[in-house]
Design a protein around this ligand. Structure first.
Ligand SMILES: [Zn+2]
Length: 497
């Protein structure tokens, strides 16, 4: 393998709460592997996503562009078209590219898999049915490039339809019942129903067999999305915790729909239970990331690998009075972990205060792959950011309620949730501009996250930045709904409701 072309592996943890990841986490015992990994990596403590939900953020990671540049967001379109991705770029430099996503949004329909040589994505039932045997029964995942959902078999379509209509809400309100039912089924069927704690448990094996199929001399680029930290949170094995804890956590209500329409608002006990469930899921993600690095070691690729762990967005568990993600602008949604282990553990242990964004992953990959820097990209190489602050601040978009005809929301609730704004992440805080009204607000750093005060962001907001925000807002105001926009009901069912 050419020493000039390192492998590049990016793990995107869906719903990554920065306060629960190192170095901010107050419970490092939840993430022992990430805590060790951080010591041999560069950690960016002021890193931001470009969005508060999955699709725009993944499109930004793949294209190195902001949502108003690549056009994938709730006020425009849901499919990435006519943009060169980091996969296209690196394949032209001799790389082999794979995209493995537990999140079903990252599929052919969203255009995210187009540049990869090999792509697999999860399906919605996998959020509820965490069984290796069922994955195999439904022939998950595909073994060739392309999606298995191109031609779903009949049984799978029936199950998918049932869970979309009934499964999501039921598991969200009664996780104990769902978990119990799965355990009984597992016991009754013995080895025929192999229960797994993980969403899309096929990811590691599929990655390993894909790497094994590549020639030794070919560098690889692989993006992996892990969805365990996404709601609904199923309970974890009572073997590891007491039956009493399991029973107690089973009272957690995660009913997104009731929260949206104000039929239910979570109290402090609900939030505490949800957080405990989240941490249980994060502990599994920590183990899965360890397994991914072990796979790279096994294939003798680990030392010469740029390995990045980040999030597509955060997850709110009561911060700012909000649950889960999407809709509104918030620091707890746009701030993400960013741990960058460079080949040969270069610059290990460095903690960088300069602000960074998920759009910086593309130029970093390009630089390490030996490509010519692309000046039309707004991002900066993360290696450059270790020693020098960027020239312009980083931004993120809140696209509010993506579909205007949301059937469940009353007008007041819709008004509150439909926050269409851009944020500029600047020194001591965040400047938010409402795109419809032009109203500007300032939020001090850490005001919503309370405990999170890692460092100051050394960027001032000057006249140039304000005029840049004006330009972005005018551009977004004129955006029309794209022709391939999913209907609201489809979107809701896509979330399992
Ligand atoms: Zn996501």
């Amino acid at each position: 393998m050419s020493p000039d072309k390192p492998n590049i592996v990016v793990v995107i943890v869906d719903c990554a709460r920065v306060v629960d990841f190192p170095p901010a986490s107050k419970r490092p015992e939840t993430t022992p592997y990430l805590t060790d990994l951080e010591k041999e990596s560069v950690t960016f403590v002021n890193a931001f996503s470009t969005s508060n939900w999955t699709l725009p953020a993944h499109a930004s990671i793949l294209t190195g562009l902001y949502p108003w540049q690549h056009g994938v967001h709730g006020k425009a379109q849901t499919s990435l078209r006519a943009h060169r991705t980091v996969f296209d770029e690196l394949r032209s430099l001799g790389y082999r590219a794979a995209l493995l996503s537990a999140n079903p949004h990252i599929d052919e329909g969203s255009g995210m898999t187009a540049g990869a040589d090999f792509a697999c994505h999860g399906t919605w039932p996998e959020l509820y049915l965490r069984s290796r045997s069922l994955s195999r029964f439904f022939r998950l995942p595909a073994t060739e490039s392309g999606s298995r959902t191109d031609q779903p078999d009949e049984m799978y379509s029936i199950l998918d339809g049932f869970l979309r209509r009934h499964g999501g809400r039921f598991t969200a309100m009664f996780p104990r019942c769902w978990d119990g039912a799965l355990r009984v089924l597992s016991k009754v069927s013995r080895e025929n129903f192999e229960l797994s704690s993980e969403v899309s448990p096929w990811i590691e094996d599929t990655l390993s067999s894909w790497i094994a199929r590549q020639a030794d001399g070919d560098p690889i680029i692989a993006f992996v999305n892990l969805m365990d930290c996404h709601e609904p949170y199923l309970l974890r094995s009572p073997k590891k915790s007491s039956l009493r804890d399991w029973w107690e956590l089973g009272r957690a209500n995660q009913d997104h729909v009731s929260w949206l329409v104000e039929g239910w608002s979570p109290g402090p006990d609900d939030v505490q239970r949800l957080h405990a469930l989240y941490l249980g899921s994060l502990a599994h993600v920590d183990q899965r990331i360890r397994r991914i690095t072990q796979i790279l070691e096994k294939h003798n690729r680990w030392e010469n690998t740029l390995f990045i762990v980040t999030g597509d967005h955060g997850q709110q568990l009561g911060e700012d009075g909000v649950l889960f993600h999407g809709f509104r602008d918030s620091e707890s949604l746009t701030r993400v972990p960013l741990i960058v282990r460079l080949p040969g553990r270069r610059l290990r242990g460095r903690v960088v205060q300069n602000s960074a964004s998920i759009i910086d992953i593309y130029p970093t990959a390009l630089e390490l792959a030996g490509g010519e820097s692309n000046r039309s990209l707004p991002g900066v190489s993360l290696i450059e950011l270790v020693s020098r602050a960027r020239d312009s601040p980083v931004f993120s978009l809140s696209d509010g309620v993506p579909w205007n005809r949301w059937p469940y929301l009353n007008p007041d609730r819709k008004e509150y949730l439909d926050q269409f704004s851009i944020s500029c992440h600047a020194r001591h805080g965040r400047f938010t501009k409402n795109i419809k009204t032009g109203k500007m607000q300032v939020h001090p750093t850490g005001s919503e996250l309370g405990a999170l005060r890692i460092g100051d962001n050394p960027i001032e907001v000057g006249a140039e930045t304000l005029s840049m925000m004006d330009t972005i807002c005018s551009q977004l105001r004129t955006i029309q709904r794209g022709p391939n926009q999913a209907e609201p009901a489809d979107h809701l069912s896509g979330w399992g409701y």
